[in-house]
Design a binder for this molecule. Sequence first.
Ligand code: S3P
Length: 439
Amino acid sequence: MNQSIDYLIQPGGRLTGRIRVPGDKSISHRAVMLGALAEGVTHVTGLLEGEDVLSTIAAFRAMGVAMEGPQQGRLTIHGAGLRGLKAPARPLDMGNSGTAMRLMAGILAGQSFDSELIGDESLSKRPMKRVSEPLGSMGAAIATAEGGRPPLKIEGGRSLRGIDYRMPVASAQVKSSLLLAGLYAEGETAVTEPAPTRDHTERMLRGFGYAVQTGGARIRLRGGGTLTACDIDVPADISSAAFFLVGASIAPGSDLTLEHVGVNPTRTGVLHILRLMGADLELMNPREVGGEPVADIRVRASRLRGIRIPEDQVPLAIDEFPALFIAAAAASGETVLAGAAELRVKESDRIGVMAQGLKRLGIQARETPDGIAIQGGALQAGEIDSHGDHRIAMSFAMAALRARGPIAVRDCKNVATSFPGFTELAAKAGLRIQVNGER
Ligand code: S3P
């Protein structure tokens, strides 16, 4: 058995200086996918070289797409065109990545060959009916394991037709999966979202010259077009920046600038929620890079207070709640979250696992089916099990900045799925973090 990678973080310290966190995971996946399906050569810079994105790259290589890199965030993709993928010899392993599996399901539903998508222990427990059912209504044939879990067996050679789909959950992955299948479908594919979700797929499709109509909550495209290669500069991931935004907010004396962060309005719920809690955030040098808004974010320590988190912010901050719960633990008063049942089906049950960890550190946390209530207080020393969830591990690492003793975090190897180099960058900014175990 592999030895676990654990973190040991000494209490105290502050975060200072200027850092750039790695590239955005959502945008990186999409850049690889659309680049592979485009006509011509796509050059990507700033790509996240995390394991999740490497799974997507490996899948397209297994289907005959030539790529050079990734090296230092650069990837050159020789697009195969929408009809140019080849049958893979083996099942495609999506590792830990729900995004990769759900978006690939949409693409593979439109191919002429059969395929199978598999994943690791965490991904193998995650719900896939949310994509297999609507893709089925488009004419795809996708078999899941019991309970709608992976693996997904996808039959090739089906003709797809567009549908008009009203999503029951606010999910960018479901929306994107259907739009990608829609590229192969006859007629129009329309998706209506119950609340705004990240719109990177729509933006990037347009960047590749593909017409996408957006009217209110309804997004539409017609099948049968072509994608034209382009250059993509991936901004730094606001979801990775979030750990530092929280860490610097709770650690007295901190003054940290995060460079070149993607601030797409469908992703900035974390900024809004932290500001409501009293955080001191300043967006500097706002600019647009390849169709995505980007800024440098300066964060200084402040006294946070508990709030009731506005429910409309939930899909806009969906990946940042583990970090926000640490902010809530360090705030005065109570923070209450509701309407976030989706957190229970992420890489781990993020409500259950965070509540368990917070209690271990002496913080009162009360779970509800779709949220949590956290009473701010003094964080004690303790040992945390991340349950293999990258964002849980990084969140509790930041908690040490305000703890009364060391915090040990177990099972941190999956940090590499989204944030390679986390411990080095965090140490550079001032976190007293040490890594034990193999790398
Ligand atoms: C993602 C969408 C979100 C998010 C995930 C990445 C994407 O999932 O949690 O980390 O890239 O589309 P849902 O859309 O299922 O909420």
